[in-house]
Design a protein around this ligand. Sequence first.
Ligand code: G4P
Length: 526
Amino acid sequence: MTLEQEISKRKTFGIIAHPDAGKTTLTEKLLLFGGAIQTAGAVKSNKIDMNTRSDWMDIEKQRGISVATSVMGFDYKDLKINILDTPGHQDFAEDTYRTLTAVDSVIMVIDCVKGVEIQTEKLMEVCRMRNTPVLCFINKLDREGRDAFELLDEIEAKLGLKVRPLSWPIGMGKSLRGVYNIFEKNLNLYEPSKTKKVEDVIKITDINDPRLEEYISSSAAKTLREELELVDGVYDPLDPEKYLSGEVAPVFFGSAVNNFGVRELLDCFIQIAPTPKPRATEEREIAPQENKFSGFIFKIHANMDPRHRNRLAFVRVCSGKFERGNNYFHVRQDKKFRFSNATAFMAQQKETIDEAFPGDIVGLYDTGNLKIGDTLTEGEKGTFKGIPSFSPELFKEVINLDAMKSKQLEKGLLQLMDEGVAQLFTYEMGARKVVGTVGALQFEVLQYRLLNEYGAKVQFAPVNIYKACWISSGEQGQLDAFIKDKYRYISKDKEGKAVFMAESKAWLQMVQDNFPEVEFHFISEF
Ligand code: G4P
């Protein structure tokens, strides 16, 4: 198969949702369709039973929270589909943000009872940064949810995204009769089943077909016809280009747990979702069809096997062909490394692979050379852009409780930061170290891992910080003057970039007004 053919087979996407909306359930049903797993419940039970992918960290086992981002590949209708799973717990949102840099599109799951929730809004902001195409799945139709039009309005208002329903619910909750697939023009009648794998759909290409009355009752048929007319009146027909540019999200309705409405979503996804697209480095745009391999690291997992101190770096292949055993050029360190132990991800297993193509995710075993954001190539020097750090939400100062273990602490902190567990800001003044995270749980992860893996005992002390702002200015002199004036509040991030640690929103506003030539950024790439 040519490189071009390999690329056109691949669809790499992530599922995003507010916790509990049904992301895990939907993932499992997609894997069932792909034949990658045989029984419903497999994804969940594996999370608990197998001490593998989802349970890499001891803390996770203790808390029973899935903290890992993993990758699942499966074949469906001659396509190779890669799902990049994201942590369910919102404290690990930064992991999710980074995973979104490695996908070509997303499926967003929304609970029809709860509507658009806060975490979905945040994730959508990240999607918007790269104009990632979004398909929406409104889940839990078997519950008494909100009116479909109302939900669509909420998506448009809260997520700043135009929608186009491609399936339509016939009733909801107890009165759920089925969904009408606008995209394929057929009817899928609802019959609850947690184990069902395939469903019988009835071809009803003309919505005025009298058989509709027989299948769903005359009153339901009447309502459906009226609502579909309204849908066509309110929403423009789907323009695939607008979906691909992230402006319009096609919407499907269903119930993941009952495997209902999921096939409609998947069959549309494989038709319209993008295959791997060109990606920008600092120097130029690299097309996936280019013969030479390139890729970047978006995720690092540590200590999967507690007996070995190795880490697994997740590489998104961007161009060419990755081949196991080859030497690849590590742009940041300006030297070549040999990767003899490459892993691919198929459904529930990891397996050694010999080659991988754009859109694929490869796992590389690493002993500490790789960092999130690193680029690998066949010699070219540009670094891929678009893998920024985001300003954390919570900040605490690291207090070393054992002066004899300073070196171990230093090493542990740096390595854990490379993995993206949290962000470290080192103050210019007094070399104080402040750790920033998205959620409170990370401080416990850090404390636990520093002690267990590096023998370093730490405590975290509260600090008064509202946001970390990366700073820049068109005029270097102005930036230097600002840094001098605010010396006490300036820290360096892990790349050595200057960061202003703002104590409150109001104060940040005041500082911004006083220094109009300085720009304040909430992400590290600007
Ligand atoms: P998440 O990964 O987004 O956090 O959500 P997850 O799939 O774990 O689903 C959260 C809960 O919602 C689960 O219930 C799941 O069974 C349920 N759920 C998913 N899809 C549907 C649906 O279509 N209808 C209804 N009624 N429920 C749905 P749980 O009680 O937390 O777990 P479980 O014991 O059912 O597995």
